[in-house]
Ligand binder design. Structure first.
Ligand SMILES: [Zn+2]
Length: 445
């Protein structure tokens, strides 16, 4: 049985359904994604792969917010149409996801689901959970939905304004539709029964999940910063529209990634994009770096932690490259280790604990100079969902010929030239370790 921490119940809950519908809030495509975003997507990718490994059938859905104030503002800045900006950054996002081996079953663009968005808003108007203003905007009557605040643990009477607007009946109301009277080159509009305009952010998600999953589903994921107001609004909208509770059984929120103790922001200049990171390190290392931490703890990204985790990454890769050199001993039993691993995974998917257990076991093997091949089998099995312990690519011909060339140089005692090749390879994250009569190739890519 697998249990995970549920932000809604504030405790760990078992995942009971074997056919899972899982939705994760995707990117708003107006800029390159940063490593905080990568954390969310890598985590859920690994978690979904793990669930499948344990026999669950999972449908993994993600939305792409391609209509939003941020995109419109960016478009104005660049003097481009919003969809030109959105499509460009969607492409960049997909490139990053591919580089990190993140795989989603369905990616749904908000702009391609306007019909379902309008239908959901209409239902809310019919049930008088929503009202149309004189400018053709539609707002949700937050106070009519009594459970508002249950996810973020806030009392509705203590809450203040969610978003600014002159037209609202109540400060807590939020936009489902932003009415627009005229066409503007920087703002895409669609026709709804109550007039032209574009959808608000929160309604995009519930309309999309209703289309693919129905009005109730199993797991909703996202960053912890989306709990309020975004996810709180999603619950209100969907439970009000369908009359069914709970909208989602389990809410999983991945914690933040700080850079040197501060939240990432453009103005502080501490914004680290996935693109920048994988220029300096192998993409596989970013997965390792992310899964090295428990998903519910804050990551503080700084040079010290980075070096420390790099050393651990190196250690596992070094072991993978040379485990054959240890003496085989079939009498070694890993059942206790395996039990601990499974316990850690089944209890809130503790990848952090799993990595420390692996490192501990590697230390033991190195100390005793003995191992049993079944350890490698376990590691391979784990890597089917961690995707960060074994190299992603084999060495290519060019690299192999460089390694051979270096061997020859060493044999003819041209050490200086041999060292140059070694440095060159190191820059490509191929490390060479010379042992008596043998060179070990550690491929960190
Ligand atoms: Zn969302």
């Amino acid at each position: 049985m697998i249990k995970v921490y549920n932000s809604l119940t504030k405790k760990k809950n078992y995942i009971k359904n074997k056919n899972l519908k899982l939705f994760v809030c995707g990117p708003t495509v107006y800029d390159l994604s940063h490593i905080g975003h990568a954390r969310i997507y890598v985590f859920f990718d690994s978690f979904v792969r793990f669930l499948r490994n344990k026999g669950f059938k999972v449908k993994f859905l993600m939305n792409i917010t391609d209509i939003d104030d941020k995109i419109i503002n960016r478009a104005k800045e660049l003097n481009k149409r919003p969809f030109t900006v959105a499509r460009r950054y969607e492409k960049e996002f997909l490139r990053d996801m591919q580089a990190l081996k993140v795989k989603v079953d369905i990616l749904a663009r908000a702009s391609e689901h306007i019909d379902v968005i309008i239908k959901q808003i209409q239902k809310l108007i019919e049930k008088s959970y929503a009202y149309i203003t004189k400018t053709g905007s539609v707002y949700f009557r937050t106070k009519k939905y009594k459970d508002y605040g249950k996810l973020s643990g806030q009392d509705i009477n203590q809450l203040k304004d969610i978003e600014k607007s002159e037209e609202k009946e109540d400060p807590l109301d939020f936009a489902l539709w932003k009415g627009r009277t005229k066409k503007d080159k920087f703002e895409p509009v669609w026709k709804a029964p109550w007039g032209y305009g574009r959808p608000g952010w929160h309604i995009e998600d519930t309309a999309i999940t209703e289309k693919y999953f129905g009005v109730q589903y199993d797991i909703h994921g996202g960053g912890i910063d989306l709990i309020f107001p975004h996810h709180e609004c999603e619950i209100a909208q969907q439970e009000a529209a369908s009359g069914k509770k709970p909208f989602v059984k389990i809410w999983m929120h991945v914690n933040l990634l700080y850079v040197e103790g501060k939240k990432m922001s453009k103005s502080l200049g501490n914004f680290i994009t996935i693109r920048d990171f994988i220029k300096k390190y192998p993409p596989r290392f970013l997965r390792f770096f992310i899964l090295y931490h428990h998903w519910r703890s804050i990551i503080d990204y700084n040079q010290n932690t980075l070096n420390d985790i790099w050393n651990k990454y190196f250690k596992i890769n070094e072991f993978v490259a040379k485990f054959n050199l240890f003496e085989k001993d079939l009498s070694i039993n890993y059942s206790k280790f395996l039990k601990e691993i499974n316990k850690s995974l089944e209890d809130d998917f503790n990848t952090s604990r799993v990595i420390s257990l692996i490192l501990e076991e590697i230390n033991k093997i190195e100390k005793a100079n003995k191992y049993n091949e079944s350890f490698i089998k376990i590691l391979k099995e784990l890597d089917s969902f961690f995707l960060c312990f074994f190299p992603w690519e084999r060495l290519n011909k060019k690299i192999i010929s460089l390694i051979k060339k270096r061997e020859k140089l060493r044999k003819s005692r041209k050490f200086e030239e041999a060292d140059k090749i070694r440095e060159k390879l190191k820059n490509k994250f191929i490390y060479l370790e010379d042992l008596p009569g043998k060179t070990i190739v550690i491929n960190l890519n």
